[in-house]
Write a new protein. Structure first.
Length: 127
């Protein structure tokens, strides 16, 4: 994953896959200039433990389907409150909504730019 465009495509795909599993408020944060370990954080949440697990499973499967790697490690999968999927150049944080509200990663990284992404399935237009 040395090509920055390929990396960004994978990051956007992870957010879109989570969104497709009805994750709440997917956000991509560019932390590359200030965080030496990773370039991007994908932050999403689910409303319950089952949904958190479904999001984690879908992201892992779908990233591999498009030629991406498996996570280097996954932490928190047992508790399903804050699952961290470490892909190296990017990290996917899947929170139970209560934990996301408590830890407020978006606020912690509030000065970092957000990256635009698009849903896998276009949303119907409302009149």
């Amino acid at each position: 994953m040395t090509n920055p465009d390929d990396l960004l495509d994978l990051v956007r795909h992870a957010a879109a896959v989570a969104d497709d599993k009805k994750a709440t408020d997917p956000v991509i944060i560019d932390v590359g200039d200030v965080f030496s370990v990773s370039d991007y954080f994908v932050v999403v949440s689910g409303s319950n433990a089952r949904q958190v697990a479904a999001i984690v499973d879908a992201v892992e499967v779908e990233i591999r389907k498009v030629g991406g790697p498996s996570p280097i490690r996954v932490e928190g999968a047992e508790s399903r409150e804050w699952v961290l999927m470490d892909y190296g150049p990017f990290v996917v944080h899947v929170f139970h909504q209560e934990q996301r509200n408590f830890y407020q990663l978006e606020r912690l990284w509030g000065d970092r730019p957000r990256v635009a992404w698009h849903p896998l399935t276009p949303q119907p237009e409302t009149a």
